[in-house]
Write a protein that binds this ligand. Structure first.
Ligand SMILES: [Cu+2]
Length: 146
């Protein structure tokens, strides 16, 4: 079994719910692997909030990039312009990440895709407990082309 050495690695999310041709992504790098890891398996992770909004004619995730640690969770909030969802790119996530993501996205639109949220302030939570370190690219399915 392959184990991830850099458990305390940082993740950077680069996201936009459209309006940008570059792929939204989240990077988890292992540069912090030199720092002693403070027992991440037992630690309660931090929660990072990301708003899904429509500003003018631009759909975006706010913030558009984010660093998270293994064990943290990211909560996406449907603020405006919905329905929105969160869809990870199959070719832009680390090996093994799909096995961590898919079980969390019940009733999703498909593999690596969450369900659509339509209610104001509805949320989609993704936990990165046990997540492989690496880059996580994602978008919003209804607005990925916009
Ligand atoms: Cu959207």
């Amino acid at each position: 079994m392959k184990t991830t050495a850099a458990v305390a690695g940082l993740a950077v999310m680069l996201m936009a719910c459209g309006g940008d041709k570059s792929k939204d992504s989240m990077a988890m790098d292992s540069t912090s692997a030199m720092t002693p890891a403070p027992a991440p398996a037992m630690a309660m992770g931090a929660t990072h909030n990301v708003n899904m909004v429509l500003e003018g004619t631009t759909y975006k995730f706010v913030p558009s990039e984010l660093s998270v640690k293994v064990g943290d969770q990211v909560v996406f909030h449907n603020i405006s312009g919905g329905p929105h969802n969160v869809q990870f790119y199959a070719d832009s996530i680390p090996a093994g990440a799909q096995a961590m993501i898919d079980p969390q996205l019940k009733d999703g639109l498909g593999p690596l895709s969450s369900m659509l949220v339509t209610e104001p302030n509805a949320t989609i939570a993704v936990s990165f407990a046990g997540a492989p370190v690496g880059v996580y690219g994602f978008t919003c399915t209804p607005h990925m082309a916009m």
